[in-house]
Each structure stands twice: as structure tokens, then as C-alpha cells.
Design a protein around this ligand. Sequence first.
Ligand SMILES: [Zn+2]
Length: 312
Amino acid sequence: MLNDEEKNVMTKARIEVDHTGNCALCDSKNVELKKSHSIPKFVYDWLKETSKTLYIRGSDDVNSRLQDGPKEYLLCRKCEGKLSVMEREIAAKLFKKIANYRAQQNSVVVTESMRVGILSIFWRALLTTRSRDNNRTGDDDAALDSFLLSLKNQIVSERCTTKIYFTPFVGEPPYYNLPLDYVYQLERSVGGQDVRFYDKPHRFFATFKVPFVYFYIFSDGWEGSEIYKSSELVEGNIALNNIAVIPDELRAYVDYMHKQFTELKTEMSKNNLDKIKADAEKNQKITGSDISMSRMLGVDIQSKNTSKKQDS
Ligand SMILES: [Zn+2]
């Protein structure tokens, strides 16, 4: 006979493993599903490492409401493992070279598996937010589902045929003539995954963001003149400091995201600026979050702390 405590443990164990279903990627039936993050965990780890307070950390995430919501059980162990290998490569060879307060790189070397990995982030981020409130039409939903299916097929075949574009924020702000006001958000916000639809012709612009980088995809139906200022994430060496312009569609999206962020930012500025200044004067450890905040507010805290070690 089991005592109550043992019964409780067993019930708990059963609940914890009861995430069986069909894998969203390889379609295996009735398998144990693993918890998926829409934006990879390494991004949130980086935010924590470069933040000082919980408060700032929470505000870094423009989708914190989503992140706090139920986790999605999407993938079987094998697929989760496959995607996490691609994520590790993206983290080491792309993300941490750009989102780097101490030693930002001027170039990156992109591989096919990194491109497939970026597609997999688009796929998961858009799949997990597909049912979120939206004003999509039936035609939009059909186009979105066909896009998600195309992404899935490319991930399964490990071959990227969709053109991925990206905009890194490198060097000294302001970036691409965007207002200085935007710097904190450009450098530190996460998520913002969205698909914006337009008519005549029916087309969309898909995007997501990690610190210091936007990724985006144009559907069919866009003119070359609307795309040409974008930088494609091609295989091989990419000189980041040669990227000087961004497409109008991304600029409009960045403006939109900033409007959403403004309220939070004002609150953060009020609450944190005095503390950051005081810490800088006391020569306490200056975090990446502090540097982004100070760049945005035009306060120079970095110059007198250049000898301070930054982790990222
Ligand atoms: Zn699978």
C-alpha cells in the first residue's frame, strides 16, 4: 500500500510526464512532447546576464505577457534536440557576436544550418502566437498557414530556400538614422514576432527580434524597390559594418514597436536613471542594460567604466 505522500508523488510524476501528442515538426504520433520557447532560451539567458534588476529584465521583453503564459509543448525529443543544435550555433556564431557590449564584431560567418535555425525560430514564434488576437482575414490565415507549412518543410529537409533578411544594430548609435530614443529597445527588446498583411497585392511582412538584431521575410508580391535596402542573411561572410540602410517596411515596424514601448520606457527611465547614475559614480558594476539605457538617454557612463569587465 502506498501512503498519501507516495500517492502524491506518483500523481505529480504522472502529471509531469503527461505531455503526449503529435510532434508539430516531424508529425510523429502520440509521442512525449518537450516544452518549446517561441524565442530561444539563450536570448533570455543573455538578457538576465546583462541586466541588473528584475524590473528591467521584465521590461526588456515586449512580449512578457506571452512569455509568462503557458509553455507550448510542440516537439518530440528528437526534433527539440535537432533545433537546439542549430540554436547553439546561432547563439555562438551570430547572436553573441552582435549582442556584445564589450567586443561587438564587424562581421559574421553564416552557415546553411544557421539559416535553417533562423527559419525554425520564425516557425515556432509564429506558430505559438497564431491564435493570438488578430485582425487577419480568411485569406490572410490561409497565406500564414501556407507560409508556416513551407517553413516546416524547409526545417525538416534542413535546406533554407526562403530569403531571410536581417538588420543588425552595430557600431555607435544612432542606428540607421532612427531616433536615439529607440536605442534601448533596439538593443534589448525580444520577440515582437508578427506577420503584417497588406492587400493589392495580397502580401505579408514577417518579423521577429532578438537583442541588437531584427530578422524579417517578405512574401511574394513586394516590389524590388521596397526590398532593396534589406540585407540578406546569405551563407558565408557578411560584413556588418557595410550595412547602412534599412527598408521602409522595417522602419515603419520599428516605429510601431517604439510606440508600444514608450509608456514602459518612460516609467523605466524615471525609476532607473537616478540609480544608474549613482551606481556609475560609485563605480559599481555597470550592466549591459545600463549601457543601453545610458546611450538612449545620452548619459555617458561607459567612458569612465571602460576598465570594468562586461560578461557579454
Ligand atoms: Zn518530431
